[in-house]
Design a protein around this ligand. Sequence first.
Ligand code: FES
Ligand code: FE2
Length: 438
Amino acid sequence: MAATTDLAKLVQPDRVHRRAYTDPAIFELEMERIFHKVWTYVGHESQVKNPGDYWTVLIGRQPMIMVRHSDGSVRVLHNRCPHRGAMLCGDRHGSAPDGFTCSYHSWQFHPDGSLKAIPLERGYSGTRFESGAADAAMRNVKPAARVASYRGFVFASLAADGPSLEEWLGPARIAFDDICDRAPGGEVEIVPNCFRVIQQSNWKIFLENQLDALHPAVTHESTGKAAHEVELELEERHQRAPLSYHFLSAFSTTPIPKWDDFQTLNYPHGHSILTGYMGLRPRDPDTLAYEETLRQAYGDKRMEEILGVNIHHVLCYPGLSVQPPLQQLRAVRPLSVDQTLTEIWHFRLKGAPEAIYRRALGYYNLVNSPSTLVNADDLWNFWKCHQGLASDGGDWVSFHRNAGQDHVQGDLVTSVIGTSEAPMRNQFSAWGAYMGGA
Ligand code: FES
Ligand SMILES: [Fe+2]
């Protein structure tokens, strides 16, 4: 097992040793010191509308269940029967309005995990189980240490102590405020189900890519060019091409230097925001109709404030990447040192016209889904990075771009150029603090 002193040597302000990505012992420590401590996004309240509705989810190494209890609250439980340890839910999601029944010996539990019934309970008479010495852990499904929800987005932490969800998110709360405020009804509803992708690479490589403003014009150039050619052709024929072409063509029409005009804001705990957005206020009829519904709901001034939030991406380290203007998020579930599951979800703005949902769906399918070339471009890079890092071709990963040149004010680091590797340095600063036990 890697000693803490060894770990400190792996992370320097402007570079990181490859072992941080490839050492299975370090991965196990990450589970224990990071993923079993921090707040992990488990799902959206609208996934579990009725009592007994549940979804299973991984927190670090722990299989968990998010479930709606009969009192209306959302609970998060370990997916483990207290009898002989069988998983309670084998399905990814379902509904158990009368509570859970274990498939092994039929112990039954209320949706909050408390024991409801045991078949032939007399078998326990005279045992420690019956005598009152039976503690809650013997009878009930173990709950997550802490559960909290922010604007309908449910998080759980397996650590009893630590900052509250709101404190921990800090300014990254804007991810959920922005996504919900854009709904005339102030709320979003999740669209079941999600895409699930297993990447053959370490989880940190995915997160580093999220706010990597240098890569889109390079990695996605061919995808962008192909889309732009068709977009121009459609514009010639019909004056206007569907906005969805722009989602892809922007990769070629936004050249590398332009990405330096954007900005990243880097906060404590490894969270970051990328400002700038490829098509925030298009003037097409769908957007105008949508703006009208917002105007009616909030008035002119508030509508302008809401649509004026100029954020493309919010990263809630270490497990969530949110794109609020397009109502989508990707949750990161590390599986092993070289395998990472991502769940890709999108949302419907309550009260917004159907066309705005179609736009989110378009981005979801064209940019974030496993079938799009954009995702394939990225996955190919992730795999190649992991292969290179697992080789003896060199020991260090470089994060020197604009190192020491960004603007620091208190605990906020603002990039001076959009392509600064400030977000990656910020992620590793949090990684070092977590792994060192801070
Ligand atoms: S293991 Fe669940 S009832 Fe026996
Ligand atoms: Fe990409």
